[in-house]
Ligand binder design. Structure first.
Ligand code: ADP
Length: 170
């Protein structure tokens, strides 16, 4: 069976990677797909997020990396995935995820949504938290793959040096 794991992955965290590794043991193949959402201002361009995913999943032969826009259920049909995979960290994820799952079911009843519980050590982790820590110079090496930690450092060094340059007193 083939699964689709969609998300923003802005950036990829060890929580996402844990879910990818566990799902690769459950399914014949897993398509990890970055959603291109024009309404969401991403910190990392699509190509960079794809590179982060490709690098981090190189050791997983069952995993493919892709991008898509539009409806997730349509992309699931296009890539012949029978299952949409999502992670649940806490009760706060549940309401939103259930709404999406019901909507997707109403659009394409043949595609099942499957939730995997996040590993306890990753349950506090989100892309937003990682960006907040990195923005203020905190250590993120235990939260993201090494290449993503380097990308975050570059991003926020650039942002910091741009704002210093714009500040006439800086
Ligand atoms: P979204 O798709 O909502 O923009 P993300 O790209 O962060 O958000 O997440 C994609 C999927 O990965 C979602 O199902 C989310 O619940 C799951 N996820 C996010 N963070 C973690 C984590 N720390 N551990 C496991 N799964 C996670």
């Amino acid at each position: 069976m083939r699964a689709l794991y969609p998300g923003s992955f802005d950036p990829l965290t060890l929580g996402h990677l844990d879910l990818i590794e566990r799902s690769a043991r459950l399914f014949d193949s897993v398509v990890v797909a970055v959603l291109e959402n024009p309404n969401k201002q991403a910190a990392f361009p699509l190509e960079q997020r794809l590179t982060q995913l490709r690098q981090a999943t190189r050791h997983l032969s069952a995993v493919e990396v892709a991008s898509f826009d539009g409806l997730t259920v349509e992309f699931a049909s296009r890539c012949q995935a029978q299952v949409i995979l999502r992670g649940l960290r806490a009760l706060s994820d549940f309401e939103f995820e259930l709404q999406i799952a019901h909507t997707n079911h109403s659009l394409a009843p043949q595609v099942e949504t499957l939730f995997l519980a996040t590993s306890v050590q990753h349950s506090f982790l989100s892309s937003s938290v990682v960006k907040e820590v990195a923005r203020f110079g905190g250590n993120v090496r235990h939260l993201v793959p090494p290449a993503v930690a380097a990308d975050l450092a570059r991003l926020f060094n650039r942002v910091a040096s741009e704002s210093t340059r714009q500040d006439p007193h800086g």
